[in-house]
Design a protein around this ligand. Sequence first.
Ligand code: HDL
Ligand code: ZN
Length: 408
Amino acid sequence: MKSLASIIDSTLVDDVHTHLYDPAFGSLLLSGIDDLLVYHYLVSEASRQMDVPLDAFWAASKQQQADWVWRALFVQHSPVSEACRGVVTVLNALGIEPRSRDLPALRQWFAAQQPSSHLDRVLELAGVRSVCMTNSPFDDEERPLWEQGFPRDPRFRAALRIDPLLMDWQRSAPRLRSWGYDVGPERSPRTASEVRRLLADWTRRIDSRYCMVSLPPDFAWPANTDAAWLIEHAVLPHGRDHGQPLALMLGVKRGVNPALRLAGDGVGRSRLDALENLCAANPSNRFLVTLLSREVQHEAVVIARKFPNLHLFGCWWFTNTPQLIDEITRMRLELLGTSFTPQHSDARVLEHLIYKWRHTRECLIPVLATRYADLAASGWTVTEHEMRRDVAHLLGGAFDRFVSGASR
Ligand code: HDL
Ligand code: ZN
């Protein structure tokens, strides 16, 4: 019987949320040691240790920023944080002993890699079969290539990200008008139908798996807000018409410290009555949900027990640490069985896939082993075939069935 560890290590993953891009997007697909080091997780941590003022940091080149991060977090201190350990995992997996190389040598190594074979190698080292991108019509860098069309790499799936539509309607409405959608700032039937036309056009254009939005802790539904109105009158009808689940990423407080830029977002405890109300009032819609606050994870699992049209996924962002992956995944297994998706990578740099998935597998093995051991002690021994089935379900299968509508 193959061990559970080897089954988990060898089961390929469909990564359901990343910020990676199809190679056709060129430099939007980040890769290499400098992008790994200026990852906003590490900028946040380096800002606490380096002796460089943030305005000087932002004014410097990416290489200079990476040098400062490396010195602060890897030379002057041990890289014990999860994001720092991630860089070490990536370098070791690529056959580079991180201590033996200075940054110029590392830069030369990455620069010497042939992009497509490097991409193939990273996916293989990460055990990843496909990744889902985050695709926004509101992104001026990304939109032109979608409008022009390009041959897709089938390993890069798409998801339609609509934060500006819901969270900044008054400024987004004029943009939709400039794209030929007859919307106004008012909440009218015409506006609703034109927003649905925009969603339909982009769902088809990118072959979107789902629609996605991140929402602040105080997001309420129902409510007298543009976001609540657009969700009810455009996004949810669109989801029913086009079989698009709505992914809600709950609890982010954008720009808590603007001086940190992308690293400046924080977390707040979400009001989950909004989620309960959405699931209860819209049984024909499917909701994918990940939550940023540790404190609401148990409440979310209980809500998932009440609503089969809710699928929890990932240990998102600040909960993507071994301690919290362990806690949250145990909680979900014990209350939901295998009807959830333990992780997504949220990778922003190609090589993130290696560390995010190696570390996740390290966490998943003991958690699942404990459940199987407890089950065996109660009189039910899981076979190797059943382990493979369960692991494939958890690493993308359950998500796929839920998104396709095959399972509630
Ligand atoms: O809103 C999101 O999709 C978040 O994942 C943010 O992109 C965040 O900056 C992030 O990268 N978290 O891992
Ligand atoms: Zn993300």
